[in-house]
Design a protein around this ligand. Structure first.
Ligand code: WTA
Length: 657
């Protein structure tokens, strides 16, 4: 990051204190209470986590060991304990609050369906028994490719109940991406739906699964379960495919949970890295669930009267921790939404907050920015007085968007928790505590108690206040990634590289700086990963997709700042034939964009494609990405280009189509 960038964030010095009303009722009330927890963790790290694990999880067999570092960096937590995640999310509420609403589901067209904890429990049990009847066993991997629905949450819970490891694939991913994930995970079954509804449009799902399987490499898949959502005409393969309604029809509505070891893989979730194919981030059962529960209580200040709404899709980690597990484990009523924020119009979120009396609302900066654009005045037309707390996740929030969210949505009364975390961290790590932390717009503030975050230089030394560096975690924590599915070497290389002079630090892959008051400001990825609308995309993945096209000889992807998406994908392409211009260039650009959409998914389509006879390279043949980033931004090239083999290429690449 440039010193100018650091300068600009460090000049943000407005501070918003939590109101005394909020502080009074908060689970962690005031900075001294936060400090007490931090000190406890500092003094007795294992004791701190053990206490929380005993207080917050229901154990079938209690653990006697806390942290096992003998095979570091493959850390184990609570590993001789046994439990079940679904039992911890559902059964525990059956006596106390069986009729409390667990999920308020709002479909794309506005239809609302509610299920109580008891109803959800029975649904999950029937689903789990159905999966068992197909021969699915503990440890088997099950891919879930479903629309946002009560059934998708039930599918995840049903897998957890029988000890199967789920791997949810976002419904916007292409057949090719799905095939990669099914085959890498060696899934025995795929749970899907005929289609999904988003923004009034029907998007097929089952046909995409069929297409993925037809690509080969998915021989492990023996069964497909299909939830009827749209009623569209699809083909079912005899002996392999079954409708969800048929599968569960005669199943008992009680299913004994399968007790698993604390370290049993609850799920694998694929995410982009800087090199190669997406990596299967493997999470544990106990440590993961513990952090989901703690952050519901700490970050979201969860109270029994809350109506919680996280707008993420269950295809992303946010939808795992803050839809499928966290809210259920604490017994919350939560909204689950099928559609998009702009359908039928940009009032949708505000109307839903009003209709369902949402108290805690958690969304992405990109959604906030797009809703500001589409109607900054719209929140005023709704009664949003039920809200008491707001949250953001996925990317840095710019101070202007923060202030708007705070004033217009939160009425100046709701703290905003800007939560920094990753697929790999399982839950929030850096975030304000709403009843304690004075907020600075755009800063994720401080680490949670027990999270040993620091900003260091290349040698692993902490950087002084007012400086930037590399974000690391100096100690393992319970909800951390356990390994990359099937590739432990890659796990070590990606997260525990031999940098930092032998210190064993978790490398988050983000740059960050700390201001004079110690507040942490995330500066974005330091690797070749883009963050487009809060979604992680590896530049290599998109480059590989492009060069797989017959027309393309070479491609380089960079990110460019975008006022709604945060970052936009810009592609620099060299064709095998001559450099195209005019209409031809437009036509080829469209072909290539569609190609990337088909190969990865619509989110990866380049916003812009520029053609050159070559890419700017050093004499040793390395592509100079820094120059490409400058060109994409439209900046004057002030950098030294003396090592450049072919400086005339830069002029060509400045041309847009
Ligand atoms: C970025 C999403 C700034 C960061 C939960 C991280 C953020 C990546 C924030 C993980 C935030 C996430 N402020 N940047 N509050 N939250 N990021 O795995 O670059 O999809 O490394 O997890 O998103 O993205 P992922």
């Amino acid at each position: 990051m440039s010193s100018a960038e650091i300068e600009s964030v460090l000049h943000e010095n407005r501070v918003f204190e939590p109101s005394s009303d909020f502080v009074k009722q908060a689970n962690i009330s005031g900075m001294p209470a936060y400090q007490v927890l931090c000190d406890e963790a500092e003094r007795d790290y294992e004791g701190f986590w053990a206490r929380h694990a005993r207080d917050n999880l229901l154990w079938q067999k209690p653990f006697s060991r806390v942290l096992d570092e003998s095979d570091a960096p493959f850390f184990k937590w609570f590993d001789d304990g046994e439990l079940n995640a679904s039992y911890n999310c559902l059964d525990r509420h059956l006596n106390a609050q069986p009729n409390k609403i667990a999920i308020i589901f709002e479909a794309d067209d506005g239809t609302v369906t509610k299920v109580s904890y008891k109803q959800l429990f029975h649904k999950v049990c029937q689903f789990a028994n159905g999966l068992k009847s197909l021969g699915i066993k503990p440890g088997d991997r099950v891919v879930i490719y479903m629309p946002m629905s009560i059934e998708a949450v039930a599918a995840m819970q049903a897998c957890a109940r029988i000890g199967a490891t789920h791997s949810v694939v976002f419904g916007g991913f292409s057949a090719k991406s799905l095939q990669d994930r099914i085959s890498d995970a060696g899934a025995v079954a795929v749970l899907t739906a005929d289609g999904q509804m988003r923004g009034g449009k029907e998007i097929p799902l089952k046909p995409t699964v069929d297409e993925a399987i037809a690509m080969g490499g998915c021989g492990s898949v023996k069964n497909m379960v299909v939830y009827k959502r749209t009623g569209s005409d699809i083909s079912m393969q005899e002996g392999r495919d079954v409708w969800l309604s048929d599968l569960v029809q005669n199943q008992p509505d009680v299913c004994e949970p399968t007790w698993v070891k604390a370290e049993h893989p609850l799920f694998i979730l694929y995410t982009s890295g800087s090199t190669g194919k997406p990596k299967g981030v493997q999470h544990s059962t106990a440590g993961y669930l513990l952090h989901a529960i703690l952050t519901m209580k700490w970050t979201f200040d969860y109270k029994g009267s809350d109506v919680f709404w996280c707008t993420a899709d269950v295809g992303w980690v946010t939808g795992h921790t803050y839809i499928a597990y966290g809210p259920l484990a604490v017994g919350a009523s939560q909204v689950v939404f099928e559609g998009v924020p702009t359908f039928p119009d940009a009032n949708r979120f505000w109307k839903m907050i009003e209709d369902h009396s949402v108290t805690v609302f958690y969304t992405a900066p990109t959604a906030i920015r797009s809703l500001i654009k589409l109607g900054a005045e719209l929140p005023k037309q709704h009664d949003l007085s039920s809200l008491r707390l707001l949250g953001t996740v996925g990317e840095p929030i710019n101070p202007e968007a923060w202030i708007w969210y705070y004033q217009e949505v939160g009425g100046g009364r709701c703290p905003i928790v800007d939560t920094w975390w990753q697929t790999e961290t399982g839950g929030h790590l850096l975030t304000p505590l709403p009843g304690a932390t004075p907020l600075k717009p755009g800063s994720c503030t401080f680490p949670l108690p027990g999270i040993m975050a620091d900003i260091v230089d290349e040698t692993g030394e902490s950087v002084p206040k007012g400086h930037g560096g590399i974000l690391v975690l100096k100690k393992p924590w319970p909800s951390m990634i356990r390994t990359i599915w099937g590739d432990p070497e890659r796990f070590k290389k990606s997260y525990y590289p031999d940098d930092f002079r032998g210190k064993q630090y978790y490398l988050a892959g983000d740059g960050a700086s700390r201001d004079e008051d110690g507040y942490i400001w995330i500066m974005g990825r330091i690797d070749d990963v883009l963050n487009v609308s809060g979604h992680r995309l590896g530049t290599m993945e998109i480059e590989s997709a492009l060069v797989a096209h017959d027309l393309v000889a070479e491609a380089a992807i960079v990110g460019k700042p975008h006022d709604v998406k945060g970052e936009a994908v810009i592609a620099f392409v060299v064709l095998k034939g001559a450099r195209p211009s005019g209409e031809e260039a437009k036509k080829i650009a469209k072909t290539l964009r569609d190609w990337v959409g088909q190969d990865i998914g619509a989110i990866a389509k380049p916003e812009e494609i520029r053609f050159g006879d070559n890419l700017p390279k050093t004499r040793s043949g390395k592509i100079m990405r820094r120059l490409l980033r400058a060109i994409a931004k439209g900046e004057e090239i002030t950098q030294d280009v003396s090592t450049l083999e072919n400086p005339q290429i830069l002029e060509q690449l400045k041309e847009t189509i």
